[in-house]
Design a protein around this ligand. Sequence first.
Ligand SMILES: [Zn+2]
Length: 88
Amino acid sequence: MVWFLIRLLLLVILFLLLKRLWTSLCGAVRDEGGLPPRSETLSQPMVRDPECGLHLPLPDAFTVQTEKGLRYFCSRECRDAYLAKEHK
Ligand SMILES: [Zn+2]
């Protein structure tokens, strides 16, 4: 009877160790992949900088309301250059 209990205890310990290993492996895969942020970036609307032609995600763009409508720029430099041209 005592041997049976010891074996049961060992099985439980083994099970817990395997479970821990499994969770750590799953966690490592999740950390390594970083898929949710990447897919979010992909699903973000892309806009084009009319000054340099660069495509960038909308949240990263400098948005300016011009006479021709909304324009998106990768940097302040591009925005200023575009606005300077437009007002000539
Ligand atoms: Zn630009």
